[in-house]
Design a protein around this ligand. Structure first.
Ligand code: HSE
Length: 427
């Protein structure tokens, strides 16, 4: 074969970014792949829109692209489940390698699709599905694969990192910063997928399935977003030496894998605490390699296009040597633990009656639930109320939840205002 032919499904931000890179850097890409490369067809729904590629490449007939016997690689850049899933299945059944940026599809159906690709000796690559331009999937599949991954923590959603960074820098409230981010185009008009953590949940499902070598299904990942984080919590976090980030965390425990997405307080010297704005980063601890952190732009036409092109180059090299690099995913699911089994540290903020013995009653409840306290801040409020913030030692999530319910029911506590899990690991 002298040339690899590519068909693109979907020509939005990522499609245009990848196409532009293939055109601008064609000579270098071909020289590194060791083979010629040509985009021969682009499938879109709307043919009338002005696009950054020659008109004659475009068609509305996406099925004809996945069936075309002259096409070797399909780029699926439509997103969502339907029709992306059936188009990828059709592409594989017609013997084509596939590159996709589709996090929802890979999180929900990736294992079935990977098995199918591997059984046919085809590649199915999805580097662009997580972390935009940051190489994450390939390093986990290859360079780090000799390690047992012990823990993985990531900032994998740029929108929420932008919002939390602004709240931290400017002391402003969530709603206000969200509205501004929407007006500036950093956040979607319908922000739920980002701010409620689902985007990060899909990405963690993909990362942890690769890192731990088994399926970690998205619905098994307890997920909380950032809506409940207030300017006051960010203030207290700062005062206590922490920053609040939306983290996707997965760790290997003796009983199984514990994966979760939630706002997290990180010591300000932790490398992830210093990833600001729309940047993403993933920190991995391997048993032999130790700590690794990969960071960069987690979204956008060119960074995500760069990840797509990297996958294409990988497939071209495999085509040249007559093989594929798809790994048969393990058949067995991993045992995914419930969040009740989490043992970590916590921050809690209470509004209380400002009178004698209150602290004793609260301390009694913590003590009965086996929760040790390691720091405390108190402030007088108006109307006979006070505000207390606690940091706990390591304790069981179940005990913490029980303690909160008991505190909320105590007459001396006016309100459990908020609580946040704390990650101390920085070594
Ligand atoms: N909505 C995503 C983010 C885009 O904010 O990071 C990249 O997947």
């Amino acid at each position: 074969m002298d040339k690899v032919r590519v068909g693109i499904l979907g020509f939005g931000t990522v499609g245009e970014g990848a196409y532009r890179m293939l055109m601008d850097n064609q000579a270098a890409i071909e020289s590194k792949s060791g083979i010629g490369l040509e985009v021969v067809r682009i499938g879109v729904r709307d043919m009338d829109r002005e696009r950054g590629a020659p008109r004659e490449l475009f068609t509305r007939d996406l099925e004809s692209i996945v069936r075309d016997p002259d096409i070797d690689i399909i780029l699926e850049l439509i997103g969502g489940l339907d029709p992306a899933e059936s188009l990828i299945e059709a592409a594989l059944s017609h013997g084509k390698h596939v590159v996709t940026a589709n996090k929802e599809l890979i999180a929900k159906q990736g294992h079935a699709l990977m098995r199918r690709a591997a059984s046919q000796g085809l590649d199915l690559h999805f580097e662009a599905a997580v972390g935009g331009g940051i190489p994450l999937i390939q390093p986990l599949k290859h360079q780090l694969a000799g390690n047992d991954v012990l823990k993985l923590m990531g900032i994998v959603n740029g929108t929420t990192n932008y919002i939390l960074s602004k709240m931290t820098q400017e002391g402003r409230a969530f709603d206000e910063v969200l509205q501004e981010a929407q007006a500036a185009g950093y956040a979607e008009a319908e922000p739920s997928s980002d701010v409620d953590g689902f985007d990060a949940q899909y990405k963690l499902s993909i990362l942890s399935s690769i890192a731990f070598g088994g399926e970690v299904r998205p619905e098994k990942i307890p997920t909380e977003g950032i809506r409940r984080i207030g300017a006051r919590d960010i203030d207290f976090a700062k005062m206590l030496g922490y920053r609040i980030k939306l983290l996707a965390i997965a760790e290997l425990l003796p009983e199984g894998i514990l994966a979760r997405v939630h706002p997290t307080m990180l010591p300000r010297q932790h490398p992830l605490a210093n990833v600001h704005g729309v940047y993403n980063a993933v920190w991995v601890k391997g048993d032999f390699v130790g700590d690794v952190m990969l960071s960069g732009r987690g979204a956008g036409a060119f960074p995500t296009g760069s990840a797509v092109v990297g996958d294409i180059i990988d497939i071209c090299r495999n085509i040249r040597i007559g093989g594929s690099a798809s790994v048969q995913p393990p058949q067995e699911g991993l045992y995914v633990l419930s969040i009740d089994q989490l043992r970590t540290r916590y921050y809690m903020r209470l509004t209380v009656q400002d009178r004698p013995k209150v602290l004793g009653i609260i301390a009694g409840i913590f003590g009965e639930e086996e929760i040790g306290l390691r720091a405390m801040e108190m402030r007088e409020l108006n109307d006979g109320l006070g505000e207390i913030v606690f940091l706990t030692h390591l304790c069981q999530e179940q005990n913490l939840q029980r303690a909160m319910a008991r505190l909320a029911a105590t007459e001396v506590v006016a309100c459990v205002e908020n609580w946040v899990r704390v990650e101390e690991e920085s070594e």
